[in-house]
Every structure is written in C-alpha cells, then in structure tokens.
Ligand binder design. Sequence first.
Ligand code: MCA
Ligand code: AMP
Length: 508
Amino acid sequence: MSNLYELFEKRFPAELTSDFIKTKDGKVYSYQDLNDRTTQIASFLLSRKLKKGDRIVFQVNKSPEALFLYLACLKLGVISVPLNTTYTASELSYFLDDIEPALVVCDTASPIIKENLLSNSNNIPLLTLDAFGNGSLIESLNDDEYHQVNSNINDDDIACILYTSGTTGKPKGAMITHGNLSSNALTLQQSWGFNKDDILLHALPIFHVHGLFVALNCALLSGAKMIFLPEFKADNIIKYLPEATVLMGVPTFYTRLLSHPEFNKESIKNIRLFISGSAPLLKEVSDEFYTKTGYRILERYGMTETVMIASNPLNEERIPGTVGLALPNITVRITTEDDKTLEAGSTGNIQVAGPNVFKGYWRNPEKSQEEFTDDGFFKTGDVGFLDANGYLTIVGRSKDLIISGGYNVYPKEIENIMNSLDGIDESAVIGVPHPDFGEGVIAVVVKEKEKEKNNKIDELKLIGLLKQELATYKVPKRIFAINELPLNVMGKVQKNTLRETYNNLFDT
Ligand code: MCA
Ligand code: AMP
C-alpha cells in the first residue's frame, strides 16, 4: 500500500452515510462528507498547481475542515507541515524560512497574518481557516469542482514534516513517509482492536503525532466514529465520556480526570480502552486509575521520528511502569554507547528499526546520519531496559529534554533566548516534578556583572519577555536567580544538582 489516503478509503464503512465525526457543537460529518470535502479541497489545491512534494504549512485550530485539508494533502502527495497554534512570530519565521511552503493556511489570529510574516517571501499564497471551519480556504472551494486526482505515491514519499527541537535548540523537520504511517496505522488498529463500533473521544491537538496519526489513523482504518473536541477540558470530557468506547491521551488527561468530582463508573459505562502516551505515566497514577475504575490504562511509547514503537498488549498482561512490547515488525534493542547490544535486564540506550522509522531530517543530511547507527538503527535518546519477556521500561533520557503535559521542551532553545536577554549572564532550564504536567519547566539564572551585589530578578517581567518569543508551554513557570550555576570538572552545568534543589517546588 502506498498512498495512506487510499488505504483509508479502502477501509471506509460500506455505508458512507455512517458518522465519522461529531463536534462539540453537535455538528455531524459522515464518511461521505469526509470523502466529498477532501476531494473538493484536493481539486482546489490541484487547480492552484500544487503538486506532489510541495509543502503546505498550516497553523490552524482544530476543526473537521483542518482534518480534510490534511487528508487532501495526503491524497495529492502534497507534504503537510502542521504547526502548533501557540507558536510565536519568531518561532514561525524559522519554520517558514526552512520549509519554503507553496501555500500557507492559518487562522486570522495567527502571527503569520498579524505580524505579516510572509511579507518578504516570494509571494507565498496565504489562505485562512478558523476554528469553526470558515475562512478563505473554504470560500475558495467550488461546489462543482471535483477533479480526478491521480497521485502516484510510493511508500518512500513524504506525507508530513513535523518539527522537533534538539540539543542545539534548533528545530529539525522530521520527514515522515506514507509507508511509515501506513505500516504503523495497520499495526495499531490491529493491536488495539479498533473496529467500526468504536467511538473515540478525541481531545488531543492535531499538530502532533499523537492526535494526528495515532488517534486519527486508528479511527479511519476501522471506519469508527470520533467525538472531536477542540481541546482537553475535563468538564467536556466528563460530558462526552459516557458515549465513548476509547479515550486516548497524555498522562495529564488521566490525572485531571482522577481529580474531577464527577468522574465515576457511570462516566465510563461504554468504555473498552484507555490509552496513554507521549510522556511517562506514573505507576501510582496507573494504580489509582485501576482502583477507581477497574481499567488498567494501556501505556504505549513513540516518537515523532518513529511514530509508535512499543505498546502494552490489549489482551495479555499490561504492566504499569513499562511501555510494553515492541510492536509487530519493529525491533527494539538496548545498547552501550558504542552501539553494542545489551542483554535483557541491562540498562542502556534504546534504539529502534522498522518500517515505522522516518526518512531523515528535512535538508539536514548530517543530523540525519548522526541519529542512525551504522547498521540502520535509530537512536531514540531514551534510556531503558527490556525484561526477559520483552517488556520495555524507560528509565530516563540521554537527551536534555523536558516533557510537560505531553509537549516536548528543549532546554537549550530557552537557555539561548534567556542568555541573550539584557542583564542575564547565564541560565539553566530544568524540569522538576509537577502534579499536573508531569514535569514543570523552571529556569535558574545568574545575573550579569552583579553576581556579588544581589540576586533578585523581576520574575514576572522575565516571564513576560519570554512569552513574546516562545509558545507558552515552553516558558518557565518559575525563574530563580542564584550566584553561580553548579559546574562539574568539565565546566558543564550540573543539572542533577539543580533538579535536587528544586525537586519539591510544585508539591501540593
Ligand atoms: C498549556 N500550558 C502548558 C501546557 N499546556 N504549560 C506547560 N505544559 C503544557 N503541556 C500553559 C498554558 O498556555 C497556560 O499558560 C497554562 O499552562 C495553563 O494552561 P491550562 O489551561 O491548564 O492548559 P490546557 O490548555 O488545559 O492544556 C494542558 C494539556 C495540553 C491538555 C495537557 O497541554 C495538551 O493537550 N497536551 C497534549 C500534548 C500532545 O498532544 N502531545 C503529543 C505530542 P498561561 O497561564 O501562562 O497562559 S506527540 C508525542 O509526544 C509522541 C510522538 C507520542 O509518543 O505521542
Ligand atoms: P516527541 O519528540 O514529541 O515525539 O517525543 C518523543 C519522546 O516522548 C520520546 O523520545 C520519549 O522520551 C517520550 N515518550 C513518549 N511516550 C512515552 C511513554 N509512554 N513513556 C515515557 N516517555 C515517553
């Protein structure tokens, strides 16, 4: 199978009038609507001369129409580049320069419009799409325009480019192919038993792997229905949960549900499966959820570059604290620093190979090569061990990364900005335990030239300045000034020491 959209199409329910999406406002879209709208958008894009390999950037709020735009791109072989809706102008400028889009679609409130980010570009066309599915993209569609779309797509063709940051703080575009997505979608649908009677409660953003691929692909491959909520708000989840058979989310979803007074057995009367991923699900949370509901949350593990790698089983034992077994056709191994495979029980670097592993980073062959071993395994940057039965436990990360509420925050990106601010000499950004987000981002700074005078800072002002540059989820929740950063003999900041100092900061 090559074109992912064709794979979906083959699996659409026999009755195209079956429901595909129900929104929070009660609007219902059938599979027929999906098919019509997607074909119409694909026809429009064709008429605008978009072709296989061109990139469309979209920074839009979650709506069924945004999904149809993405599906139209798949159909044509046009590469989707979805961007987080909270990115600021400086973050967006980098992506726009790097990706050279043939078209940009964004909300009218986006900095792309407000700060005129396309003014210096070579006349890149811009269309709008808002949270209600309205905008110039939709107004441009012609009701009679249904071109025959003949896309000639191979497994190796890029379907999507998703940006992930890195240790240098400079984001890299991960090129994810039709083959990566098709193989992973088929595996997940089967492994998790998705079927046409499922109703998936979808409250994740659609600019990341979790909401856009994992959740959507399972629904589309099984002809299932989705309750499509714009975001996770616990009250809304409680309202719609009784209709749902599956909930998929990051650990914060589950901790928030556990503390909701109306979350009880009645709320989950139709559920068959709770799935968690994107960040570690604490064993205590898993156990508390089990005690309260009788359901063991199924934890799985993935990455932008690899889509899903491992999962606890649907029917066999789910072991809390582990991310389960490597998915079919995917090899997970644990290695030493020089890529020698370790035996079960030994902790080391997690490496992965299989049809799920991405093609490389956009226009960055050196970085792509660095992240692969000589024998073709991808280095995840996660550290863990396999037990004798093949269950994988993640114990840490060799990469300097914080995961807050399921979003990745790369300290280097924030430190670079903080160090450039007036009055700041140096900074260290760390993650410490946070009851809601799992890890909370905080920063420790040393003031310029005033080290011996005092170490007071205007914390709120600094946070305000950072919010102008960075999406809010990356902005430190607290900033502390100290006289000097703890360094090791190599002159490297000892982040472990800082983490110990602030470990209980967010204790409730
Ligand atoms: C919002 N804020 C956050 C986060 N989200 N701060 C830190 N971490 C976050 N994740 C900020 C808001 O901007 C606001 O800032 C303040 O925190 C409070 O917001 P709140 O209303 O509580 O947040 P929310 O809107 O309820 O969002 C929390 C959330 C959301 C529901 C957990 O972050 C979310 O949907 N996360 C899912 C992310 C996801 O899909 N990850 C998958 C990546 P202020 O008050 O200053 O304005 S894909 C992936 O990782 C791999 C491949 C995988 O395995 O899946
Ligand atoms: P991203 O770069 O956004 O794709 O995030 C991928 C990273 O999320 C992985 O490398 C892991 O560090 C982390 N991750 C994803 N799922 C889990 C999980 N179930 N448990 C622990 N970490 C996870």
